[in-house]
Design a protein around this ligand. Structure first.
Ligand code: RIB
Ligand code: CA
Length: 311
């Protein structure tokens, strides 16, 4: 089985960490590197968390390169309300000995892409600042990118506000650069990720595994779940970022629609919305995205549980 070469760009955060727990044990993935960006927390904290997760789960051979500290243009927003002051809720991991790579994230991705004989899939699960800088500074590099499988956006609304999903809202100008780049996108937006939920009963199952992965996820999700419980229609918390990895290792679990996806940076109430055109009579030559719209939730949870058992 040929592995899928990937570079994962994270703002670790609780669901980023769960995406990493899924990715780090996935036989189908050849993880060439992990890069960090500010988003859920500051760049120092997202990088700290990423180093700790990678080492704790036994993959310290994978380089981790530190990226953008701030969005391109707009003032920074972070999501401490969802991920806590550390970025991992109340979960505490041993401080990794592993240090960030000597290269910054963009230089690291450029180097890995240029040196790779095959195209590489980029998997951003945070604001798209690093990816936008890469595409603007080194446009020639596009031919080494197979596709960008990103967590972000929503065809039918947002979560940070009515129109915008957090990763896009945190750096809309970067997102527009990526969406308009011509690189094939797989958009794992809220349309699918809000269906990729784990219930308290699922967390009990994960905790009952009784190993380091189950214990870590059960602890980290507690903080995250508390935020979701404020929703009167609470059914569980959405593990947004893990959907990108699921798309790569178990694409049969996910339903997609092809269309034209754009980012609005000019509107007032619609600022940072992802506008998805699925109209049958659209100019299909302009299709730039596979938009994920549904997931087999039960199978998704089973994938997470089985991944935890592998540690
Ligand atoms: O809107 C969900 C996204 O915002 C996820 O990537 C989560 O980690 C936060 O960054
Ligand atoms: Ca994230």
């Amino acid at each position: 089985m040929s592995k899928i070469p990937v570079i994962i760009d994270v703002d670790t955060g609780i669901d980023d960490a769960m995406a990493l727990v899924l990715a780090l044990q996935a036989d189908k993935l050849d993880i060439r590197g992990i890069t960090t960006v500010a988003g859920n927390q500051t760049i120092e904290k997202t990088t700290r968390n990423t180093l700790d997760v990678v080492e704790y789960f036994g993959r310290s051979e994978i380089p981790v390169a530190m990226g953008a500290k701030q969005p391109l243009i707009r003032p920074q927003v972070i999501a401490a309300y969802a991920h806590g002051e550390s970025g991992l809720g109340t979960a505490v991991l041993p401080k990794a000995e592993k240090m960030p790579d000597e290269l910054d994230a963009v230089s690291f991705i450029k180097k890995v892409l240029e040196e790779s004989e095959e195209q590489i899939t980029l998997v951003p699960t945070g604001p798209l600042t690093n990816i936008a800088i890469l595409l603007k500074a080194y446009p020639h590099i596009k031919n080494k990118i197979k596709e960008i499988v990103l967590m972000g956006g929503g065809a039918f609304g947002g979560n940070y506000n009515a129109a915008a999903e957090f990763n896009i809202y945190a750096d809309p100008e970067a997102a527009q650069i990526v969406f308009n780049s011509g690189v094939k996108l797989v958009m794992c937006g809220l349309d699918v990720t809000l269906k990729a939920t784990v219930t308290p009963e699922d967390i009990d199952t994960i905790r009952a595994i009784g190993n380091k992965a189950g214990d870590f996820i059960a602890e980290a999700v507690e903080f995250y779940m508390a935020m979701y419980k404020r929703n009167p229609n609470f059914t569980g918390c959405a593990i947004h970022d893990a959907v990108t990895i699921t798309y790569l290792i178990a694409p049969e679990l996910i339903k997609t629609r092809q269309g034209i996806a754009r980012v609005d940076i000019d509107g007032r109430d619609s600022y940072a919305a992802t506008i998805c055109d699925f109209r049958p009579w659209r100019d299909r030559e302009k299709d730039n995205a596979l938009v994920c719209v549904d997931i087999d939730r039960e199978a998704f949870v089973k994938l997470l549980v089985e991944a935890c058992k592998n540690y």
